[in-house]
Ligand binder design. Structure first.
Ligand code: 7TS
Length: 421
């Protein structure tokens, strides 16, 4: 009996490819370029990560071969585009282990996901209710809640962090009270790298009857996320930090909650029946997806998830842990460098200040050496205030970074010392 090669493939146990950073760097065309005459050392992955050829090609193929609007045309191209977009939703569902595909709402990014929850779920908040966040949140997980507090009369409570940049669990628990309706907390801090014990926070919040939104923007590229195991009510992330396109992201929400929530934007696709007397809304997830979405972006995000899945997030995490440990050790040997964020559990981020040199000057000198980092407050001004610094330099790692690139970072930092000596 002859066995076709694809059937043979199906007989092999699913095994991630070996993690060969040298080989997989070839998948990212941009990594071959030079800046200021130097090889690019891209360490600004927490801002946005670079895209593998597979993602760029998936977007280009949509535009070149089957560009059409989705969910409406009965013609061939529209059916192909709809199938590809909805297949991306299925990939996202598997990626975060959501129970149902209707629980995956496509949005513009993390920021929009959080604003959606604040605008829609937020309508049930009343004066005197409380929203609990942490002191390490990105502005996009602070300001939407402040706006909601202004609208509703609710109060914003903030759980503090310790000197290492870890959430104070005792204070978090103390701040959970009978008026707490919602907890909104980051999974991984973008300014410090701290990983929060989300499952534990969710259990505590649920014991007090509060729903939980998790900002997963900095977590999904580095950790395997299982929304059912976390038992969070909402989980938000962006495609562009996960090797996918900009302008697309995901709001996961438990179906029962999403179902009970009012729509937040009105328009095409989110309705079932419209008349001037009365409009009824579409089923989940479309009720929250008004208007033509980022079709190419959704398809590109599906390709990005395929790429990461093929490598295996466990292998990616192990590689990044090695880079972070190596960089942390080198930082300890660097005079005048102080780490901001030394939590026991960290993912992919080395934030620091250099004695006597502003972070922006450090960033500029690093850039001349081809090393791209972010210098500033990282849209987390309260974190800067907590540590008494105006800004930090942040090197953030991705699956394609190497120890040699960490060496390039520290060689450029030595140059900073020479310039400012
Ligand atoms: N939440 C966290 C924890 C983030 O790190 C970011 C972006 C956002 C939310 C917002 O994501 P967006 O895709 O909607 O913009 N963080 C960063 C950063 O650290 N540097 O640039 C953007």
């Amino acid at each position: 009996m002859k066995i076709a090669s694809n059937e043979l493939q199906a007989l092999q146990p699913a095994r991630p490819l070996a993690f060969d950073v040298g080989r997989l760097r070839g998948d990212f065309p941009i990594l071959a370029r030079r800046v200021h005459g130097q090889p690019l050392v891209y360490l600004d992955n927490a801002a946005t990560s670079q895209k593998p050829r597979a993602v760029v090609d998936a977007e280009a193929r949509y535009y070149a071969e089957y560009n059409a609007n989705i969910h409406r045309g009965l013609h061939c191209l529209s059916e192909e585009a709809t199938a590809a977009y909805e297949a991306a939703r299925d990939r996202v569902q598997r990626f975060v282990n959501a129970a149902r595909r209707e629980e995956i709402v496509f949005v513009r990014g993390t920021t929009e996901a959080i604003n959606l929850v604040a605008a829609s779920y937020g309508q049930r908040l009343r004066p005197g209710d409380e929203i609990l966040i942490s002191a390490m949140e990105h502005h996009s997980n602070i300001v939407p809640w402040q706006l909601l507090c202004e609208r509703s009369g609710a109060r914003l409570c903030v759980a503090p962090i310790d000197d290492a940049g870890q959430l104070r669990l005792d204070e978090f628990e103390r701040l959970l009270g009978p008026r707490t309706r919602l907890v909104a907390v980051t999974h991984v801090s973008n300014a410090l790298g701290s990983i929060n014990p989300v499952a534990e926070l969710v259990a505590l919040a649920h014991a007090h009857g509060a729903a939980v939104l998790v900002d997963g923007a900095q977590a999904v590229p580095h950790l395997k996320v299982d929304v059912q195991a976390l038992d969070c009510d909402f989980y938000a992330f962006s495609g562009h930090k996960l090797y996918g396109p900009t302008g697309v992201g995901v709001l996961y929400g438990k179906a029962a909650l999403l179902d009970a929530m009012p729509p937040w934007q009105g328009g095409g696709d989110m309705i079932r029946q419209v008349s001037f007397a009365r409009t009824t809304y579409n089923d989940l997830p479309y009720k929250f997806e008004a208007g033509t979405p980022n079709i190419a972006g959704g398809i590109g995000l599906g390709a990005a998830i395929d790429y990461v899945d093929a490598l295996g997030l466990d292998a990616v995490a192990a590689h990044e842990r090695d880079l972070l440990a190596y960089a942390t050790a080198r930082a300890a040997d660097t005079p005048g460098l102080r780490l901001i964020g030394t939590a026991a559990a960290k993912a992919g981020i080395l934030s620091f200040v250099v004695d006597g040199v502003h972070a922006h000057d450090v960033g500029t000198i690093l850039d001349r050496a081809g090393v791209a980092v972010r210098s500033g407050h990282h849209c987390a001004m309260p974190v800067m205030e907590r540590f008494g610094v105006p800004a930090t330099v942040r090197a953030s790692f991705a699956l394609y970074n190497t120890r040699a690139e960490v060496d390039a970072l520290f060689a450029a930092l030595a140059r900073v010392r020479e310039v400012f000596a």
